[in-house]
Design a protein around this ligand. Structure first.
Ligand code: FES
Ligand code: FES
Length: 163
């Protein structure tokens, strides 16, 4: 007899829009974002909470979406990299990453930017050490981190939303 996957209805607000999806009880938030909602900006790297490529904001807190079950997100607000762009304009953090050459292969970039967003929301003027601590959960194999740090510091005195 074929196995019937139990699918559960989950309602959440993703990038400001209410969505209702049916997903297996074992689906992660990352699965639902990428496969259910086709928000593929959030990346699957390690799947084990080690690389940060899957970072999104869940109720304002940065999380590794590969470690969060989608059912746990019922009623929550999720912000992904797609939610930062506004009226076709890059968010200032995205723009700073481009301007400072902080993107090479780009695989880590969405997660880095979401971590930077969370950092600047909670601390609009971080020091270099605070930026480094804020990015501790995000790995980059290309840039050596310095340009990423410089990009974030360029926004530091002004904050994430009012630049
Ligand atoms: S894919 Fe989630 S931390 Fe690496
Ligand atoms: S730019 Fe390639 S992993 Fe960071």
């Amino acid at each position: 007899m074929p196995q019937v996957l139990d699918r559960i209805q989950i309602g959440m607000v993703v990038n400001g829009e209410s969505v209702t999806i049916m997903a297996p009880s074992t689906a992660t938030l990352l699965d639902v974002l990428r496969n259910g909602l086709e928000l593929t900006g959030t990346k699957y790297g390690c799947g084990e909470g080690e690389c940060g490529a899957c970072s999104v904001l869940l109720d304002g807190r940065v999380v590794n979406s590969c470690l969060v079950l989608a059912v746990e997100c019922e009623g929550s607000k999720v912000l992904t990299i797609e939610g930062l762009e506004s009226n076709g304009q890059l968010h200032p953090i995205q723009k700073a990453f481009v301007d400072y050459g902080a993107v090479q292969c780009g695989f880590c970039t969405p997660g880095m930017i979401m971590a930077a967003y969370a950092l600047l929301e909670s601390n609009p003027a971080p020091t270099e050490d605070e930026v480094k601590r804020g990015l501790e959960g995000n790995l980059c194999r290309c840039t050596g981190y310095q340009k990423i740090i410089e990009a974030i510091l360029s926004l530091a005195v002004r904050g994430a939303d009012d630049v």
